[in-house]
Unconditional design. Structure first.
Length: 369
């Protein structure tokens, strides 16, 4: 049952994000409306296949579908993983009128989406996100790609899906830690431009993390609306608007790099700390009230997320290494690194030309706070 439909307005590449329960069971009727594909490849990972693939296949009924099951984890989102996947899709004999369904978290969505973008110069695909993070972030907006030894997401393409189906039933099997990590990205939309939504998050985080369907549907829809509006205004991140989505990410990526992109610190957890740092840095520069940074810190803790780098085991002397990681950020230009800062909760902006020395001094204090 669809609870909420969010349109993504991109001219001829427009599509809908459907958020609800039982969506996998309706797959046949949904595909019939979208595509006359003769063959459907369902790309997924072993974990998700064991939990949710049968429901999707049952939902597709007698439509010809073949699963392609990959090892779970970020390592799959690599050139080797792409090579293997594209080979298997070619072996299935998919043509440009066939269809790829990405069933999984952001790893599967980014990799399968990129394979669909380049296979025979572009096959249509449908995103079926199964993690909270994928439902509110990675499945929306058309960014696809893989990691390189030089850094994450350095190779990829913009390729918009035909549709996104966020089936809330999939979240019932998601580990609590992954739920909290996804929640950090939801909170991000409130911090960027919607103070009322931040208030709502404070009041509803408990029910959301406990899996309340109505609360989840509202939070996911609000997040998708916010991201869709930003993507519609700046599809290819050519001006500053889409960059706002990086709130907490410059600090967060440096923390992820410092922890070696391992399970020690999930991306969403790093973004939670990074957003708290962005607010503390904004306050330290006199741009935002310190009370707003403190309020975010309190809420992150209440939601079971971290707010300080030391909680993730980051050493007190890490500031120079974190700054070095930031200099390698793919958003870095000759003028330095743009930082997403805030004037307060719900009011983020792009700050250019922030001196890296000031960032390092802030980090030194923040790491030993
Ligand atoms: N394209 C974009 O715009 C964009 C935006 C944000 C993040 N990303 C990318 O997304 C990736 C992270 O996505 P993620 O957090 O979804 O990670 P993920 O895909 O690795 O999923 C996390 C783990 O949860 C498991 N899992 C997935 N669904 C499950 C379910 N319903 N029940 C139980 N287990 C389940 C997976 O097998 C995996 O082990 C990163 O590679 C990141 O770069 C992309
Ligand atoms: Zn993120």
């Amino acid at each position: 049952m669809t609870l909420i439909d969010v349109p993504v307005g991109l001219g001829s590449r427009s599509y809908r994000i459907s958020i609800g329960t039982g969506l996998l069971a309706e797959a046949r009727a949904r595909i019939d409306r979208l595509s006359g594909a003769r063959r459907i490849a369902i790309v997924t990972d072993e974990t998700v296949a064991a939990l949710h693939l049968a429901r999707l296949q049952a939902g597709l009924g007698d439509r010809d579908s073949t699963p392609v099951i990959l090892p779970p984890g970020e390592a799959t989102k690599s050139f080797a993983g792409l090579d293997a996947l594209v080979g298997r899709l070619l072996d299935l004999g998919l043509t440009r009128s066939d269809l790829v369904i990405a069933l999984g978290g952001g790893v599967v969505g980014d990799l399968a989406g990129f394979a669909a973008a380049i296979l025979k110069r572009g096959l249509p695909f449908v995103q079926v996100p199964t993690t909270l993070l994928a439902m509110v972030d990675s499945s929306v907006g058309g960014k696809t790609g893989i990691n390189m030894p030089q850094g994450k997401n350095l190779v990829g393409a913009f390729h918009q899906p035909l549709a996104v189906w966020a089936d809330l039933d999939c979240l019932a099997t998601l580990p609590a830690r992954e739920m909290r990590a996804g929640y950090a990205e939801i909170l991000k939309y409130g911090l960027i431009q919607d103070a009322a939504f931040f208030d709502w998050c404070e009041a509803n985080a408990g029910r959301l993390l406990a899996g309340d369907t109505a609360v989840l549907a509202h939070a996911i829809a609000q997040s998708c609306r916010a991201k869709a509006a930003i993507v519609a205004a700046d599809e290819r991140e050519t001006d500053d608007i889409r960059a706002l989505l990086n709130l907490g990410h410059t600090f967060g990526h440096a923390l992820e790099a410092e922890t070696g992109f391992t399970d020690r610190l999930l991306h969403g957890e790093a973004v939670g700390i990074g957003m708290a740092q962005a607010l503390r840095f904004s306050a330290a520069r006199g741009l935002a009230p310190a009370a707003d940074a403190e309020r975010l810190t309190r809420h992150l803790k209440a939601a079971g997320l971290m707010a300080w780098p030391h909680e993730a085991g980051i050493a007190a002397d890490a500031a120079p290494r974190l700054v070095a990681h930031m200099r390698h950020d793919k958003k870095a230009t000759a003028d330095g690194l743009p930082f997403i800062l805030v004037r307060g909760i719900g009011d983020a902006f792009v700050a250019k030309g922030v001196p890296m020395g000031a960032v390092e001094r802030f980090l030194e204090a923040d790491l030993s706070a």
